[in-house]
Ligand binder design. Structure first.
Ligand SMILES: NC(=O)C1=CN([C@@H]2O[C@H](COP(=O)(O)OP(=O)(O)OC[C@H]3O[C@@H](n4cnc5c(N)ncnc54)[C@H](OP(=O)(O)O)[C@@H]3O)[C@@H](O)[C@H]2O)C=CC1
Ligand SMILES: O=C1O[C@H](COP(=O)(O)O)[C@@H](O)[C@H](O)[C@H]1O
Length: 499
């Protein structure tokens, strides 16, 4: 639980000239500034290779925050807290100079040595930076020091262990904040509340009443200019190892005994431990992979993945994954959790659909219509809300025919433009010392060991890689994964305000 305080710190962004900083980080800090969540005596140091001055850096920040309407005075006041430090990651003198700058800023803004080191750089630098920060004393202050690590945290279990060991030599687990930006999303954070604050769900939240759970995160965009990164990642490591498994864990975990970081994380870890282990030869029965082909989207022709920049013409990288997870514990034995994610799909949508089991004897079976199962739909994005699908009598009919009706809560209407960016929430949490919505090492470790088996099976060609048309919902094999179990994917294209 958070206490309402205005944290005061220097935020050091390594990779401040990069894409993530420009698109997400500056604007998130600006929103925290505008909502007065951070103390006005804060400072931000941007670190990058380019020989920028403070003014050049502030110009870039200004461009990034332009989309938020605010006065020139507010913008100028915000920018005055930004400083640039040119640096070379492997050069120890860069860290010594940075340390001097941080001490000066502490003195200038009366900051008691509190520091957030946000590593928005290529992952191969994470370990080196952590080590250098420690060796040069930047993390040894009177206040607190925390390190935020961007994804990917390793590319398999051995590399994640190696990286973790390097970072742990310099920072303790409670100083490490591993980002999974899905955990900062409003409706992902709402999963726990929907489950644990409603008398009507928790008693039914088990294998006696739930038939299956479907988690979809589909994207319209292709790989864009990230071909180089994506070729070594693919949808499995880019989306499944982190975001998709995190959502599954939140849906499946037991109620924590307290709402503390340790208790919540410990319940999530138990879910990861209970994930059914499959061997390489079984992967094809549980997972489907696909790669997008050319197609027409929004009236425009889009290229096949293999024709994207920095992608090999014979690439075997998957841009789509569908899978069936089983959580082999008392609550979930026998309930499939279906997951699906991909690029260049028909719609941008992240939704969780909980399908309840059919009632044992349905008095309305003999009508002309088939009954719809009850569904709980959690709309994560782009629309945010909840839909509960029930059956009701069709109005005006004497014969008692039923029809599905939907009770909907549209979070957008309430919170529309003020819905905080995931990064805004996570930066604030980190400044408050709340690690609940960051991933603990144990979660990372178990998720990699689960994903590594799938990855190896695919590397060994133990499952086909199927093409799917850009603008579709993935290959047909993803549908078969459910039809063999007597299920089907529920649509994810509906928008809340269309209901
Ligand atoms: N961009 C995104 O949407 C997302 C990014 N991420 C993660 O965030 C991290 C950063 O990504 P992104 O912003 O896209 O990366 P970019 O390639 O856009 O930026 C890389 C940054 O690192 C700096 N840099 C590179 N080499 C050195 C060096 N030797 N010494 C000092 N600085 C160096 C660059 O400085 P300069 O330009 O001055 O050379 C630049 O600021 C990655 O881990 C990525 O996986 C995660 C999710 C989404
Ligand atoms: O982490 C990542 O997430 C994005 C999708 O994030 P969303 O918040 O827009 O759903 C994905 O495009 C990217 O490939 C991946 O690295």
């Amino acid at each position: 639980m958070k206490t309402k305080v205005n944290p005061k710190a220097v935020i050091v962004i390594f990779g401040a000239t990069g894409d993530l900083a420009k698109r997400k980080l500056f604007i998130s800090i600006y929103r925290l500034f505008l909502s007065q969540k951070i103390d006005e005596g804060f400072a931000v140091v941007g670190v990058g290779r380019r020989p920028w001055s403070n003014d050049e850096f502030r110009e870039t920040v200004k461009k990034s925050i332009q989309s938020i309407a605010s006065s020139e005075t507010e913008i100028e006041s915000f920018l005055s807290h930004f400083y640039y430090h040119q640096f070379e990651v492997l050069e120890p003198s860069s860290y010594i100079e940075l340390g001097n700058l941080l001490t000066n800023l502490d003195n200038h803004y009366l900051i008691p040595g509190n520091r957030v080191f946000f590593l928005a750089m290529a992952p191969e630098f994470f370990g080196t930076i952590a080590k250098q920060l420690k060796q040069n004393g930047l993390a040894d202050t009177e206040g607190w020091s925390r390190i935020v690590i961007e994804k990917p945290f390793g590319h398999d279990l051995p590399s994640a262990i190696e990286l973790n060991d390097e970072i742990r030599e310099a920072f303790s687990e409670n100083q490490i904040y591993r980002i999974d930006h899905y955990l900062g999303k409003e409706m992902v954070q709402n999963i726990e509340v929907i489950r644990f604050a409603n008398a009507m769900f928790e008693p039914l939240w088990n294998n006696r009443f739930i038939s299956n759970i479907q988690i979809t995160s589909s994207e319209i965009l292709g790989v864009e200019d990230r071909g180089k990164y994506y070729e070594n990642s693919g949808a499995l490591k880019d989306m499944v190892q982190n975001h998709m498994l995190q959502m599954a864990a939140l849906l499946a975990m037991e109620p924590p005994i307290k709402l503390t970081t340790e208790e919540i994380r410990s319940e999530k870890v138990k879910v990861f431990k209970a994930l059914r282990k499959i061997d390489e030869n079984e992967v094809k029965d549980y997972f489907v992979r696909g790669q997008y082909d050319a197609g027409v989207m929004n009236g425009e022709e889009v290229p096949a993945y293999r024709n994207e920049n920095n992608v090999a013409p014979e690439s075997q990288t998957e841009t789509f994954v569908a899978g069936k997870l089983f959580i082999d514990n008392f609550r979930w034995a026998g309930v499939p959790f279906y997951i699906r994610t991909g690029k260049r799909m028909a719609t941008k949508s992240t939704k969780i659909i909980v399908q309840f089991s059919d009632i044992p004897m349905n008095l309305y079976y003999n009508t002309k219509e088939t009954m719809s199962p009850n569904l709980l739909i959690i709309h994560i994005q782009p629309d945010e809300g909840i839909t509960l699908q029930l059956n009701a009598k069709r109005s005006g009919s004497d014969e008692g025919y039923t029809k599905p009706i939907q009770l909907t809560f549209n979070n957008n209407c309430v919170d529309c433009i003020n819905t905080p960016e995931a990064y805004e929430r996570l930066i604030y949490d980190c400044m408050l010392g709340d690690g609940t919505n960051f991933t603990h090492w144990d979660e990372v470790k178990y998720s990699w060991s689960f994903v590594d088996v799938i990855s190896k099976a695919w590397d060994n060609n133990l499952a086909p890689l199927t093409n799917y048309r850009s603008g579709s919902m993935g290959p047909n094999e993803a549908d078969t994964l459910l039809t063999v179990d007597g299920h089907k994917w529920w649509p994810v294209t509906d928008r809340l305000n269309e209901n």
